[in-house]
Ligand binder design. Structure first.
Ligand code: SF4
Length: 603
């Protein structure tokens, strides 16, 4: 352990908010420093500790890399501004939580890229660590900086800052990256030679080698990789403070705005035995009183009722509850309602996304109004008193009628909820409505579409506010200004990197935190770097023009995305391929994977 760093940090802690973010040594943290001459990796999440520790990829990769012979893996998060200032003025470089050793002394820094508004935090992290921001300025002595996660699918806006970017599931490729890098170091290869070796790994993009073609990596069988049996338990409150077990990866429902729906295809379910085994092991090892079954759409698991039933029986007589973070409208069958009725009612969330059936067909959101009202009635009859509904405005083809339709639909949901509860409890019925702005995302059928200009988004928000029932409804908007910047960062090319750097130099940090975000700062950064941001976010693209991410393949064919776009505008829906047979997206053939349906009841 770096005692000098630790002592310096201890002197800073009394002056900062939430010192527990910076001390490490948590329950189940893994200390591999006794390993002889280990290869040292540090996993970084570009947000504060309390947000980053909820990220499952960090926990999965941390357990996996530490299980490798000769490898020691630690964690680091972005310090909040007070701590960042304190570190800078004390001249202390950012350190990893297990050893307090400076991050720039590690062999590899792996940074998860969860969303675009974390980009300035990536630069903050590198700068605090004393690692040159630009890959071209790094010497052989600097760590290899590798990115990964959902934003790796358009790596260009961050390309100058990364030595390599991993596109796809980390389980297999992260091990290959570590082993290849280790071999290259042992052979005393130069940084350039090492990068050329890394580029040979499927899924690895090396920006300095030009825009070479990269095909995503995908794990064929999730059960081959256990969910962490002993996750790290933070000493401080974190977002989602509980055991999380991923029950399936992927979602083949095919919502046309949804990037996750493309980049995690196909559906790979864990078997019920593994889910129950891993949940029980992690509960025993952590002492948590809640287990969350996670995925893009947990109730889609073909053996969901069996899993809930078996876990419920194992947990009977304990205080441990089961939670399902997001439930699809048609998934709350009487069986599920009964089984979840025993669990903690952490709130029912449903995402109809659009207010009219026409627009729901355009986006391929296969939720009907009757289905939604039935679900709400069932949920409220079996004890729920709150439901949260997610909508989006600015979707392609949206009209004022669609916007007004959101308000009308919410009114009917409220009425259905009130009707389902005893008269004396009607006052406690609450409908939360959260409205975000459409952001065109790479690798989706809507990747060619424009986000409406900001003034138009504001006009539609106002229209919706007028049409929304007041009593019993809590309406919140996701910041439209932040969604505009998100669209620029999501759809831009390498030219956007200069603007990210300019924004960071002007003080942009934690842009996903509403109170920290400043559109003026970003506007100044766009101007300084000569970027026409509206031409990126608010311009429709020709479906045959080259896109900044055209060299990155998710395995889903562009022809399929174009066909889906055509079907959207024709109001035609496309079924889920796990129910209705292959719809021809191409990913299974391209990646040598296929839908894994553990319960065996779906197609
Ligand atoms: S290739 Fe066919 S079966 Fe495989 S994910 Fe795509 S649509 Fe589904």
């Amino acid at each position: 352990m770096s005692d000098a760093v630790r002592e310096a940090v201890e002197r800073l802690l009394p002056g900062v908010e939430q010192p527990s973010r910076y001390v490490g040594c948590e329950w189940n943290a893994i200390d591999r420093r006794a390993t002889a001459q280990p290869y040292r990796a540090v996993l970084a999440y570009p947000d504060v500790y309390d947000v980053g520790m909820a990220n499952q990829a960090i926990q999965i990769l941390y357990a996996m890399l530490n299980a490798l012979e000769g490898v020691a893996c630690e964690r680091v998060f972005v310090p909040w501004k007070d701590m960042a200032d304190a570190l800078r003025s004390a001249g202390v470089a950012l350190y990893a939580l297990e050893s307090f050793d400076p991050v720039n002394e590690f062999d590899l820094v792996g940074i998860t890229l969860p969303h675009e508004l974390a980009y300035t935090n990536v630069l903050e992290l590198l700068d605090l660590a004393g690692i040159p921001l630009h890959a071209e300025d790094r010497s052989d002595a600097h760590p290899l900086v590798v990115g990964g996660g959902p934003c790796a699918y358009n790596p260009e806006p961050l390309a100058p800052f990364f030595d390599a970017v991993l596109v796809g599931d980390g389980e297999v490729a992260a091990v290959e990256i570590v082993q290849t890098h280790r071999r290259c170091k042992q052979a005393h290869m130069t940084r350039r030679e090492t990068l050329a070796e890394l580029a040979k790994i499927q899924g690895v993009y090396v920006p300095s080698l030009g825009q070479h073609r990269v095909l995503r990596r995908a794990v064929a069988d999730l059960d081959a990789h256990r969910s962490p049996a002993c996750p790290v338990v933070p000493y401080t409150d974190v977002v989602h403070d509980r055991v999380a077990v991923e029950v399936l990866r992927g979602c083949a429902r095919g919502c046309r705005f949804c990037q996750a729906g493309t980049i995690y295809r196909p559906v790979r379910e864990r078997r019920p035995d593994s889910i129950v085994r891993d949940a029980m092991a992690a509960l025993r090892c952590t002492g948590y009183d809640e287990v969350s079954l996670t995925s893009l759409s947990t109730a889609d698991h073909s053996a969901f009722v069996e899993v809930l039933g078996r876990l419920g029986r194992r947990l009977q007589g304990t205080d441990i509850s089961i939670s399902v973070p997001s439930l699809r409208a048609d998934a709350l069958t009487p069986d599920v309602a009964r089984l979840l009725g025993k669990a903690k009612r952490t709130g029912l969330t449903i995402a109809p996304e659009a207010g009219t059936q026409r627009l729901r067909d355009v986006i391929n959101k296969n939720i009907t109004e009757d289905g939604l009202l039935d679900t709400v009635a069932r949920a409220f009859a079996s004890g729920w008193r709150r439901v949260k509904l997610y909508f989006m405005i600015g979707l392609p083809t949206e009209t004022d009628d669609d916007v007004a339709g959101i308000g009308e639909l919410v009114g009917r949901v409220l009425a259905a909820a009130r009707d389902a509860v005893p008269a004396n409890e009607r006052g406690s019925v609450r409908v939360g409505v959260s409205v975000s702005t459409f952001v065109p995302k790479p690798h989706t059928p809507f990747q060619w579409e424009a986000q409406p200009p900001l003034e138009e988004v504001h006009r539609r928000q106002e229209l919706l506010r007028e049409r929304m029932p007041r009593k019993g409804v809590e309406l919140s908007y996701h910041d439209a200004e932040a969604s505009f910047v998100e669209a620029v960062l999501a759809c831009g090319g390498r030219e956007v990197a200069a603007a990210v750097e300019a924004a960071w130099r002007r003080g942009a940090r934690f842009d996903a935190w509403t109170e920290q975000f400043s559109l003026d700062r970003w506007r100044a950064a766009f101007e300084e770097s000569g970027l026409d941001a509206s031409a990126i976010a608010n311009r429709p693209r020709d479906p045959f023009e080259p896109l900044p991410w055209s060299h990155i393949s998710s395995g889903v064919s562009t022809a399929y995305l174009r066909a889906e776009r055509e079907r959207a505008f024709a109001g035609q829906t496309t079924p889920d391929c796990t129910f209705a047979g292959c719809t021809g997206c191409g990913v299974c053939g391209a990646l040598g994977v296929s839908n894994v349906i553990a319960g065996g009841v779906r197609v």
